[in-house]
Design a protein around this ligand. Structure first.
Ligand SMILES: Cc1cc2nc3c(=O)[nH]c(=O)nc-3n(C[C@H](O)[C@H](O)[C@H](O)COP(=O)(O)O)c2cc1C
Length: 239
C-alpha cells in the first residue's frame, strides 16, 4: 500500500474476526516495528503476546476484575470504601493515577470521541448498562485473536514512553499494511497481576498499555473516524 493510504486507513478497530494471525506475520510485524527510532537506540520496551488459551484466560481474568470493580464503584460510599480496601479487583496498574477525568480541553475531546463511538454503536449515552457492556469488551480485546501488552523500563523516564509510542505506531501501520486491524488500549494497563501470572515479566519493566490485533470485520464500529484537531490547533504561533 501507499504510505498515505496506510496512514489514512489505520483506525482503531473494535470488532475482529476470530481468524488467527500467522506467527510469521506477527514476527515480521514486530521485527519491522523494531526498525523504529528510539532515544540513543535504547529500545527500553518489551512486549508480552497473548494468543489462544493464554489470551482467553487473561481476557476472562481482566473482564472479571472489570465487572467486580464496576460493581464496587456503583455502591454507596461506605460500601465503596470497604470494597476498595478489601477487593482484589481494584486497579493495580504500574503507572498511577489512572486518569478519571481528563483536564480541560482534553476531556472535551474525549467526550466528543466517546459520544461519536456510542452513536456508531447505537448506544444511548444515558444507557449505563450498554456502556458498561461495551467497556467490558475492552478487557477481552474486542475478541481479537492477539493481545499485546507493552512494558517500559521507567529508569529511562519520559523517553521510554516516547520510544514505546513510536514503536507502537510502526506496529499499527505495519499491521494495516498487512490487512490487519489494531486498537491501542490503555484499558489493558489497568490490571497487571493477571499478566504476571502468565508471563515472566522482568521486575524493572512496568506495564503501560496493550493492543488488540487481528483481522477486522465489516462492523460499522470499525468505520468510525473521530475528528482530529486542525493544524491551527496543533501549531504554536510565533510570539
Ligand atoms: C495509548 C492509547 C490508549 C488507548 N486506549 C483505548 C482503550 O482502552 N479502548 C479503546 O477502545 N480505544 C483506545 N484507544 C484508541 C483511541 O480511542 C483512538 O486512537 C482515538 O479515539 C483516535 O481514533 P483512531 O485511532 O481511530 O484514529 C487508545 C489509543 C491510544 C493511543
Amino acid at each position: 500500500m501507499e504510505f498515505n493510504d496506510i496512514v489514512q486507513q489505520r483506525r482503531s478497530i473494535r470488532n475482529f474476526k476470530p481468524d488467527p494471525v500467522a506467527q510469521e506475520t506477527l514476527d515480521a510485524l514486530l521485527s519491522q516495528a523494531l526498525e523504529s527510532p528510539s532515544s540513543s537506540n535504547s529500545q527500553p520496551f518489551k512486549v508480552a503476546i497473548a494468543q489462544g488459551e493464554i489470551a482467553k484466560q487473561i481476557g476472562a481474568e481482566l473482564t472479571d476484575k472489570y465487572w467486580r470493580s464496576t460493581e464496587i464503584q456503583r455502591k454507596p460510599l461506605i460500601q465503596k470504601l470497604i470494597g476498595f480496601l478489601t477487593s482484589d479487583s481494584m486497579p493495580d496498574s504500574d503507572f498511577k493515577p489512572i486518569l478519571g477525568k481528563y483536564p480541560g480541553i482534553f476531556q472535551k475531546r474525549r467526550v466528543a470521541t466517546g459520544m461519536g463511538l456510542y452513536e456508531v454503536l447505537g448506544i444511548d449515552r444515558k444507557d449505563t448498562k450498554a456502556r458498561d457492556e461495551h467497556m467490558a469488551k475492552n478487557f477481552h480485546f474486542f475478541d481479537a485473536p492477539v493481545a499485546l501488552f507493552f512494558f517500559v523500563d521507567p529508569r529511562m523516564t519520559h523517553t521510554a514512553l516516547v520510544d514505546l509510542g513510536i514503536f507502537m505506531q510502526s506496529l499499527m501501520l505495519g499491521a494495516t499494511n498487512e490487512g490487519l486491524g489494531t486498537c491501542a488500549m490503555g484499558a489493558l494497563g489497568i490490571w497487571r497481576k493477571p499478566l504476571d501470572k502468565h508471563f515472566n515479566i522482568p521486575t524493572e519493566y512496568k506495564l503501560v498499555c496493550g493492543m488488540a490485533l487481528g483481522y477486522p470485520t465489516d462492523a460499522k464500529v470499525n468505520q468510525y473516524r473521530p475528528e482530529k484537531i486542525s493544524l491551527q490547533e496543533l501549531i504554536i504561533p510565533e510570539a
